[in-house]
Design a binder for this molecule. Structure first.
Ligand code: HEC
Ligand code: HEC
Length: 289
């Protein structure tokens, strides 16, 4: 056998290994590749020495730099907590809720905290974006049952509405049909009347007939002109924005069975600063007064 066994097809030197007539060509790895490979080996040794590497039975090889990602996170969390505690203190110390909104940094803090609290506590009933559902008011619009000022919103959240809180408001929309306060015909007339004052239908004979009935039975809560009363949580019936619905069937159902939506009280479940953050957040959703 000669020193060099050149493969006749490719013209490349062979290694001398041969299996069933198939010879292994001697194509060495490119030099740059080999160099990089050795560098990575050297680097890994340097890394073992400097950084945490091998696991042991009671711990691990810590490395000379004593690096710990867990400790870094702990330090960062502590710094964040300290920063939060300061903003939380400032939320409570603010002279008014309006003052929070006019301080950009504090407002931003309240909005971030409020958004996450809203998602955890309120979104199930009011929707993720506060858009509401039937019976659960939309918090984005300008229509307020109980008032959309910062203080009114805070009061609603703190004591709830028709909740178990001793200071809550308990006014009801009575069950005029079920409890026999009005007849079917009277209720039908009132449905026409409400459809008319909300601008959904023309004035019918029945609507005209119901006007005095509305004045005697409904105006004490919904107002003589039907625009509602926030002290009693009686909705505006003229804006065609409905809590339960403005179609004939739903109006009839509201008048027949009454309504008593419950907004829970949060004063025992959330802290003062959390309620403040939520008030600012809800106020900023779009319809704040
Ligand atoms: C169990 C369901 C439920 C949950 C949870 C809930 N709400 Fe309500 N909320 C209601 C209902 C129902 C009403 C309407 C009450 C009524 O008909 O007068 C309401 C009313 C309100 C109002 C008054 C709206 C207006 O038009 O005046 C505000 C503000 C409000 N909720 C904020 C919140 C916030 C903030 C949270 C979270 C901390 C929350 N709600 C959690 C059911 C809920
Ligand atoms: C004692 C006060 C009171 C009286 C009197 C009253 N309402 Fe109401 N009404 C309310 C309250 C409060 C609500 C809201 C209930 C809720 O939020 O669950 C309401 C809700 C309604 C709604 C539902 C509105 C919507 O957005 O879906 C209609 C319609 C309505 N009332 C019509 C009438 C008519 C017509 C009368 C007269 C027969 C009347 N109400 C008498 C307090 C009253």
């Amino acid at each position: 056998m000669s020193d060099k066994d050149i493969d006749e097809h490719s013209g490349v030197d062979t290694t001398g290994h041969e299996w069933d007539g198939i010879k292994e060509l001697n194509n060495p790895l490119p030099r740059w590749w080999v160099i990089v490979f050795y560098i990575t080996i050297i680097w890994s040794v340097v890394y073992w020495v400097l950084m945490p590497s091998w696991p042991g039975i009671t711990g691990y090889l810590k490395g000379t730099r004593n690096h710990s990602e867990r400790e870094n996170v702990t330090v960062q969390m502590a710094a964040l907590d300290a920063e939060r505690a300061e903003s939380t203190q400032r939320l409570i110390a603010a002279p008014s809720l309006e003052a929070i909104e006019s301080d950009p940094a504090l407002h931003q803090f309240a909005m971030a905290a409020g958004a996450s609290l809203f998602g955890d506590n309120c979104a199930t009933c009011h929707g993720a974006g506060g858009q509401g559902f039937k019976g659960y008011p939309n918090l984005n619009d300008d229509a307020w049952l109980w008032g959309g000022s910062l203080d009114q919103i805070k009061h609603t959240i703190t004591v709830g509405r028709r909740s178990l809180h001793p200071e809550t408001t308990n006014t009801l929309m009575m069950a005029y049909g079920r409890d026999g306060l009005l007849t079917r015909d009277q209720i039908n007339d009132l449905v026409d009347y409400v459809s008319f004052i909300s601008g959904q239908a023309e004035e019918t004979e029945a609507a005209t007939r119901a006007a005095p009935l509305f004045a005697s039975q409904c105006a004490s809560c919904h107002g003589a002109d039907g625009t509602g009363d926030q002290i009693q949580g009686a909705p505006n019936l003229t804006d065609a924005i409905w809590l339960f619905g403005g179609d004939r069937a739903t109006l009839y159902e509201t008048l027949w069975n009454g309504r008593a939506g419950v907004m829970p009280a949060w004063d025992e479940r959330l802290s003062e600063e959390e309620i403040i953050a939520l008030s600012v957040y809800v106020h900023s959703l779009g319809g704040g007064e």
